[in-house]
Structures are given as C-alpha cells and as structure tokens.
Design a protein around this ligand. Structure first.
Ligand code: GUN
Ligand code: ZN
Length: 461
C-alpha cells in the first residue's frame, strides 16, 4: 500500500511557487530584475548621472539564458513580448550583476584573516607560513578548500585566480572543490625554495614537474585552468625563477600569478637580492614571467617606467585595497596604472585582505583612491570587479552579459540592514544603489548566485 504524501507545509508551498528556483537545469530561461553590466571600461564624467561609455543598465531588465550562456540582455517588456513562454526567475527588487571576478586570493589563508599587528614580511613568518604548512595534511587541505570555495560562492565570486600552497594535493583539492561548485577557478601550487620554513621548501625541479602534471590533468578541464605560481622574488632562488620562466615559455598562454612591490621592506630586499636589476618588476621580466595573462598583485611601489613595462608586456595588476590597508602596505595608484595602459582587476587577497566580498573590497578601494584624489566611480568599480578582472585574466566570455558570455550572475538584495535599506530606498537608480552597496554592503547582500545558468547559492531569507 502506498503511503499518503505528507501534506505540504506553508513553507513548502511557498518554495513550490518561487520562480527564483528556475535555472538552466530546466532548459532555456530568463532572469528578470534591474541589470547592470559593463561591455568595456567605463569612461565618462565623475558624476553618478554623467553618461558612461561601456556601461549598460536596464532598470527592469531580462537576461535570457540557454545552455549556460547569455543569449540576450535587454528591457524585460520588449523581450517578454517576443518570448512569452520563457520561464522567468523573478529577481525584481534586487540588483543583478555579472558574477564577481577575484584576480588575487590565497585559498589556504581563510584562517589567517584578522591576524594582529604585523606588516607583510613579519605577517608571512608569524601567521601565513605556519597556516600554509598545515596543508601538508591532505584531510585538512581538502576540508579547507571546501570552505574556501563555499566562501567564494557565498560572496558572489564566480571566477577567481587563486594561490594554493606548495603542496601538489592542495592545488588539486582547490580545483576539485571549484569544479564541484561550478566556479571558474584558475590556480596552482606555490613555488617556494628559500626564505621560508623548511617544511615549505620545494625544490624547483619538483615544482616544475608537479605544475606540468597539474596542467596535464586540470588545465582546460571544465572551467578550471592552471596558473604558474612563483610566490614572489624573495621566496624563489634564481634557479627557481629560471625554471619557472622555462615552463612559461613552454606554455605561452598559461596564466601566471605572483606579487610585486607591495611593501617597502620587500622592495628593498629584492633590490639587495638582485642589485643589478633596474627594479623589482624588471626581475620578473628578466626571467620571462611578465606577459599576457600574468597577474601581479599590489603594484604599489612602482615608478612610471615599471608601469610602462607592465603595459608593454600585456601584464595585469591586481588591485588589493583591503589587504593594502590591513597590512599597511601603501596606496595603489589606479589612475596612473590605467593611464599607462596596463590592465587592472580587483583582488580580495584574503588573508592579507579581510573580506571575500567584492562589495567590501570596492568600499576599501574607494577609500584608498579618495586619499589620492581619485574618487572611484561605481561604473569603474563594477568594471574592476567583473569585466576588468576577466580581461586581466585573459578570459573572453566572463564578467559581462554579452551574447555568448557564461551566465554567471549575482543577485544582490538591498534590504538587509536598516542603514543600507534606508540608503537604497532614497535613490533607486541602479548605479546609485551599487554605490550604496559597495559603501555599506558585503556578502550578506548576496541573495542568489548562478554559475553557467545554474542556481548554486541562495540566501534571500
Ligand atoms: N607576498 C608573498 N606572499 C604573500 C602573501 O601570501 N600575501 C601577500 N599579501 N603578499 C605576499
Ligand atoms: Zn597575495
């Protein structure tokens, strides 16, 4: 005898009729709500109402998705008249943006966030290296990479360039965890063979062999890519830099990630290690590590010649304002870097950075730039956190709502917390609301996250 079905609760009934559950698993569908996205780097006046080239916005928009990709974005009324039978996930009352792109984050450093009282080199020795050494335990590594990728998704970050640790298994756990959540992760094991605890030293020949095996197993598998990851000049012997350069030459389109000119003591150390080099950045260039798809975090203490070199090589800067404030590293000059022609994306740099949230990071970016007389327009802020990041990483179908782009979408709520709710209610224009969100918001505003059209995270209760 079959059991009678349990009677649905009010909450079940509510869920059954909630159109926001619709996603790519049902086939073609659409997402409705205020849309804001970039199709180029916005340029325009400093006022919020000044026209911005490159910025697109629809106050009542529709994003049509099929096969995990954007088909079209435009005004809801016109598109629904054309496609009346399309299932619609209704996110009106939210703000819909392309999923965030984090161009610099350390997967093993979640437990390092909020470590007191140190600048970069001391912070690495006191907190970061011990935390990374714990990843020698595969069980710790697998669990931590799960927590890390959960945190990315919950923050609305759908693409990220990530450092793992020196351990090969940690890089594999990272890419596996990202794939399981539909994220577009680019990552690799860290190269480090000096100036760190012995437990973290890996001979460069071993790093090269392991990175090559990782490329064979993971580069281009689903959305995953592998990045060559020499930590920074002081932790790599000349032999390690030489082998990294040789690997880069063998894989000319492989992403590369490292750090440069973050902290004055670090810059002085590199000058002592390479007295013949014109600058810290130039050391990377000597070894063939400065090129398209190479992303250098921080780029604070650079001069005009360095910025010109960064641009000439087609390399990118990861602007990490939260970390730069927290570690007292200095102020990134966005205007000078963009004027030189270099690509720039936004980086959380967790755990030097204190938040996974692109909104919170943009709030810090605004303050770093305000100190330099460069108020960050929300249109440019949006670009840095989405399309600009994708361009910095050399990803063509990411960070926007152009036809053919991956349907990575974040839905932000405007009503959590009375202060933000009041501010958002005062002025309804999406760009103005984005400025309120980046000033007052964080991951608590993330109500839904789609990766390739699949609803992977939902928290709008
Ligand atoms: N430079 C070298 N390693 C690191 C790191 O883990 N974090 C930051 N912020 N800078 C670094
Ligand atoms: Zn970093």
């Amino acid at each position: 005898m079959t059991q009678p079905a349990p009677s649905p609760t009010a909450a079940d009934a509510q869920r059954a009729f909630d159109s926001r559950e619709i996603d790519a698993k049902q086939g073609a569908f659409a997402i409705r709500g205020p849309l804001l996205w970039c199709e180029g780097r916005p340029t325009g006046g400093q006022g919020l109402d000044d026209p911005q080239s490159g910025l697109r916005q629809e106050d009542d928009g529709l994003l049509i998705i099929d096969g995990g990709q954007v088909v079209e974005a435009g005004p809801a009324a016109a598109l629904l008249a054309r496609c009346p039978a399309l299932p619609v996930a209704d996110w009106r009352g939210h703000l819909l943006l392309p999923g965030f792109v984090d161009t610099h984050v350390h997967a093993p450093q979640q437990d390092v966030i909020a470590s007191f009282g140190a600048e970069l080199l001391d912070w690495l020795n006191r907190y970061t290296f011990p935390a990374e050494a714990r990843f020698a335990d595969p069980a710790h590594s697998a669990a931590a990479m799960g927590r890390f990728t959960d945190a990315l998704l919950a923050a609305g970050t759908t693409t990220a360039l990530c450092f793992a640790t020196v351990h090969d298994h940690a890089a594999r756990h990272l890419l596996e965890a990202g794939a399981a959540r539909g994220l577009q992760l680019i990552g690799g094991a860290v190269w480090m063979d000096q100036h760190c605890p012995p437990a973290l030293v890996v001979p460069p020949v071993q790093s090269a062999a392991e990175t090559e095996a990782l490329i064979a197993d993971w580069h281009g598998r689903g959305r995953a890519q592998v990045a060559l990851t020499p930590r920074f000049v002081p932790s790599c012997t000349p032999e390690a830099l030489r082998l990294a350069g040789a690997l880069a030459a063998r894989y000319p389109t492989l992403p590369i990630q490292s750090h440069v000119a973050e902290n004055r003591a670090e810059v002085a150390w590199v000058a002592a290690l390479f007295p013949e080099a014109r600058s810290y950045l130039e050391v990377y260039d000597r070894f063939g590590l400065l090129r398209e798809r190479s992303v250098y975090a921080h780029c604070i203490h650079l001069d005009a010649e360095d910025r010109a070199l960064l641009a000439a090589r087609g390399a990118s800067a990861a602007f990490c304002p939260s970390s730069n404030l927290f570690l007292g590293s200095g102020l990134f000059d966005l205007q000078a870097t963009l004027a030189a022609g270099a690509k720039v994306g936004l980086g959380s740099d967790v755990g030097g950075g204190t938040s996974f949230s692109a909104l919170r990071t943009l709030g810090d970016a605004y303050k770093v730039l305000a100190l330099q007389g460069q108020p960050l327009h929300p249109a440019l802020a949006l670009y840095l956190a989405t399309l600009g990041g994708a361009e910095a990483l050399g990803l063509e179908r990411t960070g926007s709502f152009r036809p053919g782009d991956a349907a990575d979408v974040v839905a932000l709520r405007l009503d959590r917390g009375p202060v933000l709710a009041r501010r958002a209610a005062l002025r309804a224009a999406p760009l103005d609301r984005l400025f309120a969100l980046m000033t007052l918001g964080d991951e608590q505003q993330v109500a839904g996250v789609y990766t390739q059209g699949q609803l992977r995270h939902r928290d709008d209760r």
